[in-house]
Design a protein around this ligand. Sequence first.
Ligand SMILES: C[S@@+](CC[C@H](N)C(=O)[O-])C[C@H]1O[C@@H](n2cnc3c(N)ncnc32)[C@H](O)[C@@H]1O
Length: 249
Amino acid sequence: MAGADGAMHDSEAHAMHDSEAHAMHDSEAHAMHEKFTTLTPELYAYLVEHNPRPDPVLRDLARETAALGEVSIMQVSVEQGAFLTLLGRIMGARRAVEVGTFTGYSAICMARGLTNDGRLLCCDVNEEWTAIARRYLARAGLADRVDLRLAPALETLRMLPRAEEFDLSFIDADKVNYRAYYEELLARTRPNGIILFDNVLWSGDVINPEDRSESTEAIRALNDFLRRDDRVDVVMLPISDGLTIARKR
Ligand SMILES: C[S@@+](CC[C@H](N)C(=O)[O-])C[C@H]1O[C@@H](n2cnc3c(N)ncnc32)[C@H](O)[C@@H]1O
């Protein structure tokens, strides 16, 4: 089917039946899917070492969050935090939203990526965790840039005028509501604005057929929906627990 140089000629491609074309497409896609590097703890340590070093505020926050025990796993990773800051700067983002603030690591990273007159709206329901976030946001000199609202995020988002124009949003809270957060945020995102979804690989459980939990099913449904949603351009990346980036068309 392929010419001597390995390229397929147009006429040959047209002569192929649809099923053959699909088969080829699938096998090509499969071959591409195999290009990835598995992270070992050592390789991951190398990766972290070659990312911006968290400053003392983020370092102390990570330490205090770790002392909370198992829940600390909810905090974004070092490279994810650096990515949030960098993305905001690349975009010149001024208006941003975070759904799921916890103790504030990602909020600090997002707020630092905004323009000097930027504003970050943070949504969470937990007073104890967000009290830590408030403390560290203040220490980072970001308190006046952040509006933290303690209420179910859907309520907070639905109360915002639909004319609101956000540049950047980060969704990292209860998984069952990801789709609903997306719809509320997309309606309030400017064209070319970005919505990020964390945990889209869900520790690998998205492909575990035995896991039929509500959260896992919600993430699967969202992942399936997003790749067909023609309102956005989407890329899913293996950053941390999986990060999807959606750009509003
Ligand atoms: C994965 S953590 C967020 C981690 C945070 N982005 C960070 O990097 O530190 C999820 C957060 O979502 C909050 N949350 C859960 N359900 C929520 C809801 N319905 N509305 C708003 N926040 C919610 C939890 O209280 C928790 O702090």
